[in-house]
Write a protein that binds this ligand. Structure first.
Ligand code: RRO
Length: 311
């Protein structure tokens, strides 16, 4: 059974990745991911120029069908991640994720990558929902267009972007028509569903301290939104732009659904956080079993081949 996949010319032995932010902040966590043979690649925690502690605790809460988080971009600082991706022996491809606190910082981080020895994939996170004063850039269509225009004047290495979920077909049309103007390596869809809320009935309180309890929703609850975003973007984006499907994957069936919708790679957040890295092995074997029962040998046999209901 062949679970290999590609983003541009980068080959991954297996389609599974951690979602950025999950088990990928410290050297120890990154090394764990590098040594896990059931994930085909890894994504680093989105980096800002300087180290950040992030938001005050509690900032992550498990829910009956997922999670809510307001981490606030805790990370070791860009130099640490650039050093890691350029110096570590790479047993699998790495995607270097960056998320400046402003457009100027995003441009500065990308200039540093352009000027470095790093030749791998980079992902610009335009969708962090949890930092006060930093809007989710990809909801500002015109601002995203202007920014990508500036970026691709100097950035010549493979670059993808992490998108927030969209909820209206007109918005899919709009973002796709903007993204199609640029030589993006990939889009990663979706980030967590921003600014949800959970209420603890006993204490009559919110469950997260930052932002009065508002936080990004992930896990099983996000699956239908994630599938819709993968599908809608695959139907609209140039075929040269690959898709990482992220959101709501807890089983091999969920991964299979992402691929049917058109995902080239599948990344897993909440479930890896809750279950540990063993989730990759379990979900891989579940996906293989489904493929086997259907007589599929590779992801190309069914990728993007979702059927609709005709009369
Ligand atoms: O660190 C976070 O609060 C965070 C980020 Br940068 C992101 O992109 N998505 C998310 O759910 N949390």
């Amino acid at each position: 059974m062949d679970l290999s996949s590609k983003i541009q010319n980068v080959k991954f032995e297996n389609l599974f990745l951690n979602a950025s932010g999950i088990h990928c902040q410290t050297k120890e966590e990154l090394d764990d991911l590098m040594n896990n043979s059931y994930s085909g690649g890894m994504v680093t925690k989105s980096a800002t120029s300087n180290h950040r502690f992030g938001n005050p605790l509690p900032r992550y809460h498990s829910l009956p069908s997922g999670s809510i988080n307001s981490m606030g971009l805790p990370n070791e600082g860009f130099d640490f991640y650039l050093d890691y991706v350029t110096r570590t022996e790479q047993k699998k491809p790495i995607i270097l994720s960056v998320a400046g606190m402003s457009k100027e910082e995003d441009l500065e981080l990308l200039h540093q990558i352009q000027d470095s020895d790093y030749q791998g994939l980079t992902e610009l996170n335009l969708s962090c929902p949890n930092v006060i004063g930093k809007p989710q850039m990809a909801y500002d269509f015109q601002g995203s267009d202007i920014m990508l225009n500036e970026i691709f004047k100097f950035f010549k290495k493979p670059l993808g972007i992490k998108l927030p979920p969209y909820f209206d077909l007109v918005h899919f049309d709009k973002i796709a028509s903007i993204l199609n103007q640029y030589p993006l390596s990939h889009v990663n869809t979706i980030n967590s569903i921003g600014n949800g809320m959970w209420v603890d009935i006993e204490s009559e309180k919110v469950v997260l301290k930052p932002k009065g309890g508002f936080g990004g929703i992930g896990g099983a609850m996000a699956l239908p939104t994630a599938l819709a975003n993968v599908r809608a973007l695959r139907q609209r984006l140039n075929s040269s732009i690959d898709i990482i499907g992220t959101g709501g994957v807890t089983t091999g069936r969920d991964a299979f659904a992402h691929i049917l919708c058109g995902a080239n790679m599948v990344s897993i957040g909440t479930q890896v956080y809750e279950e540990g890295l063993g989730a990759f092995e379990r979900i891989t074997s579940e996906l293989k079993e489904i493929m086997n029962s259907k007589g599929y040998h590779s992801l190309d046999d069914f990728r993007g081949k979702l059927k609709t209901i005709e009369d």
